[in-house]
Ligand binder design. Structure first.
Ligand SMILES: NC(=O)c1ccc[n+]([C@@H]2O[C@H](COP(=O)([O-])OP(=O)(O)OC[C@H]3O[C@@H](n4cnc5c(N)ncnc54)[C@H](O)[C@@H]3O)[C@@H](O)[C@H]2O)c1
Length: 258
């Protein structure tokens, strides 16, 4: 018999940052598996593009323009959605710098999106999940939460916080039927990567792209679809025994870089 695994039929999934990169690939895959996908995005046009791609393929998706760093916006949007079976905290921004050359404004910007934005979504989603008997939360950390990466002070700080938030939430809501895990990608080829190469290494784009590809022992960057496949598993009923864990998806970055 051909068993269909990892189905999300009748589930409602919120994916933050679903307009681009990893979040876009997750949104498309989750919808393909039967979920009604709610994309929470700062960039309305990007969210609409993803929604149009999903609906053209026969899936269900809705775009919500919302800044995850603004708690009232998040609460209003989540309350309106109301049925939340899955929350994927994916929206995040990058920064290059060390402790002594990261400005207060840049540190606050990274904090507001990458840490407070995730807290805001947890704050808004957990009461709704508890009221309906449970749910699944997946947070997006990074290999930067686990190993020291050059010139990523504020970003690494924010991703370390994701790891700790994941453990805290997994513990606090164990008996409310809520599972909470995180994933830690190494370099994945998305507009996020292209954007920071263009911004920080103008004129040396190809050289830096090659260097960033080789920094994964497997010899290349990941694809957004490869991260989405792990996210699908962790958010599916088949992963019902998994909570409080972090999963690297990193081409050997954490364990084989020696
Ligand atoms: N690409 C990588 O190499 C990589 C590696 C490790 C971890 N990550 C993490 O994966 C996640 C997704 O990365 P990506 O590469 O797909 O990024 P991306 O820049 O391609 O997409 C991120 C999306 O989030 C949205 N967003 C940003 N700030 C927001 C806000 N305040 N409110 C709502 N939406 C907002 C953006 O509009 C964008 O569409 C991030 O958390 C990132 O830190 C990425």
């Amino acid at each position: 018999m051909n068993q269909q695994m990892f189905q999300l039929n009748n589930k409602s999934a919120i994916i933050t940052g679903g307009g681009s990169g990893i979040g876009r690939a997750m949104s498309i895959l989750f919808a393909k598996q039967g979920a009604e996908v709610h994309i929470i995005e700062l960039n309305a046009e990007a969210a609409t593009d993803t929604v149009n791609e999903i609906t053209a393929a026969g899936g269900k998706a809705v775009a919500h323009t919302c800044d995850v760093s603004k708690q009232q916006q998040v609460v209003d949007v989540f309350d309106a959605i109301s049925k939340i079976d899955i929350l994927v905290n994916n929206a995040g921004i990058a920064h290059i710098g060390r402790a002594d050359n990261t400005s207060e404004a840049d540190f606050d910007r990274i904090y507001n999106v990458n840490i407070k934005g995730v807290y805001n979504c947890l704050f808004a989603a957990i009461p709704l999940m508890k009221a309906r008997g449970g749910g699944v939360i997946l947070n997006t950390a990074s290999v930067a939460a686990h190993v020291g990466i050059t010139d990523r002070f504020a970003y690494s700080t924010s991703k370390g916080a994701i790891h700790a938030m994941t453990l805290s939430v997994a513990r606090d809501y164990l008996h409310d039927g809520i599972r909470c895990n995180s994933i830690s990608p190494a370099r994945v080829h998305t507009p996020f990567v292209d954007g920071f190469i263009a911004k920080n290494y103008a004129g040396k784009e190809e050289e830096i792209f090659e260097k960033l590809s080789k920094s994964q022992p497997i010899g290349r960057m990941g694809q957004p679809e490869e991260v989405a496949a792990l996210a699908l598993y962790l958010c599916s009923d088949e992963a019902g025994f998994i909570t409080g864990s972090d999963y690297p998806v990193d081409g050997g970055f954490i364990t084989l870089n020696n």
